[in-house]
Write a protein that binds this ligand. Structure first.
Ligand SMILES: [Zn+2]
Ligand SMILES: [Zn+2]
Length: 116
């Protein structure tokens, strides 16, 4: 079954760069449902390279080695086992929410406590 995301929600970059852009992306290391490209959100700051997908959460897209792994501190929804997306970028913290429709799980993470 295909997971249903919250309608109209645009994730923010988890490095504090604001709202991400919806892109169609191709990643050689990942094939989802036998499609070789799929929708992802990309950080507006090109030097950042962060992307977010509903199924994979936040990753760093590197030209040479593909995707980085998750930071150990990335919050996820304990009920749905989905990586949370940043709903709001605050001056000193990020507000994460579960990306699935109808779920109200949320968590706030200080920007300083994230690896950079
Ligand atoms: Zn960014
Ligand atoms: Zn949830």
């Amino acid at each position: 079954m295909r997971p249903k995301g919250k309608p109209g929600v645009v994730p923010h970059c988890d490095r504090g760069h604001g709202a991400m852009k919806l892109v169609e992306i191709k990643i050689p290391q990942i094939v989802i449902e036998s499609q070789d490209s799929y929708r992802a959100f990309q950080c507006p700051d090109e030097s950042c390279g962060r992307i977010y997908t509903l199924l994979g959460g936040y990753h760093e897209l590197r030209k040479d080695s593909g995707l980085s792994s998750h930071g150990p501190l990335d919050p996820y929804c304990k009920e749905h086992k989905y990586w949370m997306s940043v709903r709001e970028t605050l001056p000193e913290s990020l507000k994460y929410v579960c990306p699935l429709e109808g779920c109200s799980a949320a968590q706030e993470v200080k920007l300083d406590s994230k690896d950079s």
